[in-house]
Design a protein around this ligand. Sequence first.
Ligand SMILES: *Cc1c(COP(=O)(O)O)cnc(C)c1O
Length: 407
Amino acid sequence: MKNILPSPLQYKNNQLCFDGKTLESIAAKKRTPFYLYSKKILRHYYEYFSKSAAKNEIVSPLVCYALKANSNKEVLSTLKTLGSGADVVSVGELKKALSAGIDPQKIVFSGVAKTEEEIRFALRCGKKGIYSFNVESIEELELINQIARKEKRQARVAFRLNPRVAAKTHKHISTGNKTHKFGLLKEDIHEAVAAKHLWTNTTLVGLSIHIGSQLTEMKATVKAIEELSKLALSLETPLEFLDVGGGLGIDYTAEEKLKLASIDQYMATVSQALEKYYYSKTDHCPRVVFEPGRIIVGKMGVLVSRVVRTKTSDNNHFTIIDAGMNDLIRPALYEAYHEVLPSKSSKKMITTDIVGPICETSDCFGTKRKLPKLTAGEIVVIDNAGAYGQTMASNYNEREIAKEYFV
Ligand SMILES: *Cc1c(COP(=O)(O)O)cnc(C)c1O
């Protein structure tokens, strides 16, 4: 294995432990299901990410953590303390970032549907508003300019380029191709730049891309940076930053453990691509903005659940647990794989489907998995649930939203 991503989980004397404490003891007085997070592992990923940027000579890196991956208050205040900025996609996320103390001048606002209310709020925060509106259509730019004029402010904007690349990931989390709703094609950006009436109260300060999530290899990223660079070189305006988005994946599966690009490989790729396609061809030296989500928080969290009962139906064995797709929707939504781990390891395994309580066939955390034969009340842990877990939870079937704890 070349790329071991640190995790809070480990078996000690056949007991599953989280940051050194047994799951049994952590869960003893808690209602399941719940999310469990490790601050130590959270810090590790943020620090590793920013140190790797520095080591790879990225120009004045600004890490804008993507709140949608996990917007827990303590997660945000920890990241703020470490120097993180924020990538937000709604006024709700913007307010959360601000209440964690994140400087508006470290916040970028992405998303195709920013409303008048959201734009006004983002313009009014701090002395100068937010660092950048990452604009996804000409219509949006027009609205930002109009509102900024009324507010007597100057809005800082960046275009999100749709680089027309097909990222190798699940079709529901790929965002950088021309059939996707995200970003602007380069022809449209040129047209917008030339339209003087759109720029009375807006300033073009950057360009951005974000081609998809759970990226495991770097080919599409290099291609997208090439497109971003070409566009940047073709504009007369000197830019303050180039925003390379987020998307770096984590190792959910055994195959990903072997093949996944590491943080260092990702940084080296970004650095070399920017040097080759941009910095070597110009005197301008814009800084680099990153919008990582999953890589920062994915590995720090698990979903802790208890077995309700087991059942067999013909040849099928089911382990029914008290966590459902309303707590963690990724398997149902993206056919995502999550490792399911028993709190006591055993050599004797059976083949079982791990299913939840929700009245949907897709409420299933794994089929044909090897697990010990579990009984009611035993703890099982769904691994790698720190990103896009709690933030996507719902009250479906009138279930409560699972609580979140740190050890
Ligand atoms: C979701 C999103 C991110 C974060 O993606 P990850 O795959 O979690 O790193 C970054 N930027 C934008 C614009 C996004 O929509």
